[in-house]
Design a protein around this ligand. Structure first.
Ligand code: 1PR
Length: 529
């Protein structure tokens, strides 16, 4: 029996599912006695250091946790569960950590995108049975803006490179904790969990040589989900956002089954977009909640869910905040939520006043779950102009002139799945969302969507240059070479595709194999057997 500390933020369901998939049962801590009586304690978490410590204090968990750890009983901390062990964090200078390992949690101050999101390697600094069964080139899923800096090296188990070399896991007696997420790291991560459950022994295996670890470019499979006219929940795919063919909504499969297939084929992440989520209250019949619950039982890579994350007032006048909608998604297995239409409306207001209200969905959700959990999905469409002076928007010079020979264009943000254009450009939107607390941009392009003609590199370069958070390139992938184009001609961290995967035109394995031949760093295909 594994005891799991759930302090209320983050995707604990994935950790539960991962542990249960290994044949263990999980008991969730409901009061401090559960910590005292635990045989093996797992403490996962994402989000904000300050809010985590405040919750732990309010629930009176701090003392029993410290007692448990000081008694050197089996413990696995994940992400915030690692950072909590330290003395303090730059993220919340007024809060004290558990101070089991002297040291500070620091914010990345590097020339690369922050958060550090994706699959990176680890350099082992001391032998440990925790890594039994794993090769040296395994990659694990990271998502964080802060890293631990222990005062001494005694407890350092692994280090990872991302702009600097930072400590990516620690071990002190029976206490082990990782900055990366084993529960989201496919088979390699499940192996670590199995080793923890079995009891981490020692090992005589020699330490592999220390090398530079590299963050992989991520390949993301995207599932646009909606109900068809018969009321079935299906994966669909549009051409420039038009999902109907001969009047019917295109049906490309079932969401849970397709997600499972992409996991097995080596997708580094899976995104579900509830494309008609703007119409109805998403918590009413909760189809996406069920999809997430079922998918996260067997899919151990990060899951993002978008569509309909905003404020709601139901027919009885009850108000639901975006945070409540997001809470339901995180509890059901999502690691990140994506906000589309609401982000446009938020930024329109923000630009009018220049003031952050703290009330928007972006601010509310990032304050609790951390910036890395908030993705902004942008649905822009090209608008040509004759010269930069012809508009107030951020323009780019294009190598693909418009119908009247125009060589300038801007990218108009849309809401409601491209149905309504707004007076806001994609570059300005992305910048403002970063200021408000978003952690990643999912950059679609309506002109390229479903066309198989390649990513819009001009749009991608313009947005990427405007932000310091990671950007996911989306729309237009038609073959493996298009992925190489986007990774070699832009600085994006990841690329997303839908149609070519759904129609089995280009499998994920082909994309990855091709990128490997071109020396693009990618996560090797998982061996799930
Ligand atoms: O506005 O917060 O409710 O979110 C709605 C979400 O649904 C947004 O993220 C929006 O992008 C998405 N969406 C709405 N309508 C459509 C539609 O297609 N009619 N899908 C839609 C957007 C775009 C991609 C797609 C890529 C790759 N789909 O994510 O998967 O373009 O496609 P390709 O590789 O086949 O070219 P809210």
């Amino acid at each position: 029996m594994i005891t799991l500390l759930d302090y209320g933020a983050g995707n604990v369901r994935s950790v539960i599912n991962a542990i249960e998939s290994l044949g263990e049962t999980v008991r969730i801590v409901s009061d401090k006695n559960d910590i005292i009586t635990a045989k093996k304690l797992v403490f996962p978490g994402v989000g904000n250091f300050g809010s985590m410590m405040r919750i732990l204090r309010a629930k009176k968990y701090v003392e029993p946790l410290r007692d448990y750890l000081l008694a050197d009983r089996p413990f696995l901390g994940i992400c915030m569960g690692l950072q909590a062990l330290f003395t303090k964090s730059e993220e919340a200078p007024d809060e004290k950590g558990l101070n089991i390992i002297p040291g500070v949690v620091k914010r990345f101050d590097i020339d690369l995108a922050v958060p550090h999101i994706g699959w990176n390697g680890v350099n082992r600094c001391k032998p440990s049975g925790f890594f039994n069964g794993l090769g040296n080139d395994e990659k694990f899923y990271f998502v964080h803006s802060y890293y631990i800096a222990p005062e001494d090296e005694d407890a350092v188990l692994t280090k990872t490179d991302y702009g600097i070399r930072f400590v990516s896991s620690i071990r002190k007696g029976n206490i082990i904790a990782t900055q990366f997420h084993p529960e989201k790291s496919s088979v390699a991560g499940l192996t670590l969990l199995r080793n923890f459950i079995a009891g981490i022994g020692e090992t005589d295996a020699p330490l592999p040589p220390i090398g530079l670890t590299r963050l992989s470019k991520r390949i993301i499979a995207c599932l646009d989900v909606r109900t068809n006219d018969r009321g079935d929940l299906i994966v669909t795919k549009g051409d420039q956002y038009d999902v109907r063919e001969k009047g019917n909504v295109r049906n490309l499969g079932k969401p849970v089954e397709l997600a499972q297939r992409y996991y097995e084929e080596g997708a580094d992440e899976i995104t579900f977009l509830n494309i008609t989520g703007f119409r109805a209250f998403p918590l009413k019949d909760m189809p996406m909640i069920e999809v997430l619950k079922l998918t996260s039982q067997n899919v151990f890579v990060p899951l993002t869910i978008g569509g309909g994350i905003r404020d709601y007032i139901d027919k009885d006048g009850k108000r639901y905040t975006p945070l409540e909608v997001a809470d339901a998604y995180f509890r059901s297995g999502a690691d990140k939520i994506s906000i589309g239409s609401d982000a446009v409306l938020i930024v329109e207001d923000y630009l009018k006043t220049g003031e952050k209200t703290g009330q928007s969905s972006i601010e509310q959700i990032s304050a609790v779950y951390g910036n890395q959990a908030v993705v902004i999905s942008i649905d822009p469409r090209r608008v040509y102009v004759t010269s930069p002076d012809a508009t107030d928007h951020q323009v780019i010079k294009t190598a693909f002139p418009g119908p009247g020979g125009e060589t300038w264009c801007w990218y108009q943000c849309t809401v409601k799945g491209g149905r309504e254009g707004r007076n806001l450009d994609a570059v300005t939107l992305a910048k403002a969302c970063e200021e408000l607390g978003a952690g990643e941009i999912l950059l679609n392009c309506i002109d390229r969507d479903g066309t198989n003609s390649g990513f819009d590199l001009e749009l991608i370069n313009a947005v990427k240059a405007a932000v310091t958070i990671p950007v996911i390139a989306s729309s237009g992938a038609g073959n493996a070479a298009h992925f190489y184009d986007v990774f070699s001609k832009t600085q994006v961290e990841s690329a997303l595709a839908a149609g070519i995967f759904h129609r089995r035109e280009v499998p994920i394995s082909e994309v990855k194999s091709y990128l490997m031949t071109q020396h693009v760093e990618i996560r090797p295909l998982a061996n799930l057997k």
